[in-house]
Design a protein around this ligand. Sequence first.
Ligand code: MN3
Length: 201
Amino acid sequence: MAKIELPKLPYAYDALAPFMSKETLEFHHDKHHNAYVTAGTPMIADGTKYAGKSVEEICKMAFEGKDQPVINQIGQHYNHTHFWNWMKKGGGGKALPGKVEALVTAYGGYDKMRADFIQAGTTQFGSGWCWLAVKGGKLEVMKTPNGENPLMHGASPILGCDVWEHSYYIDYRNMRPKYLEAFVDSLVNWDYVEQMLADVK
Ligand code: MN3
């Protein structure tokens, strides 16, 4: 059966300060992500059409079938499971692993990618995510509402940033662009981005 569980954070709750506080991570991981797992678990249990499917397959099936509750809960479980790994202490900046750098260079370079990613996150109206995704071998900057992700739109996500207010309001109040700048410049775990790129089919 498809089984989901709340993963442990891959670092201490205070590891990302001052860019993301312990308090933000406690609420965001322990309360918000946990709520998606709790609500999503019965939706994909044995006896449902999602039993035995991977979380990635469930995301695509749910979007295809316009199954909004599953898009919301399982989409958000997928997004957050990677989100914790997309950050690390001492992350961010321009030192990209080779294959990621090649993709970004083909896109138009680091500065363009950084500006477009921050712009996508800033202009996502209401809750959602901004992304670096791969489609047809090329890098795309995307934004999606609520719990959606690039898998649901025929692309493979390699980096995502949560722009729901619960992700930044404690640390940045209403200044979403400042949060996005800190994410790119000081938090991104490019090694994990490279790992996801390696898994793109
Ligand atoms: Mn969130």
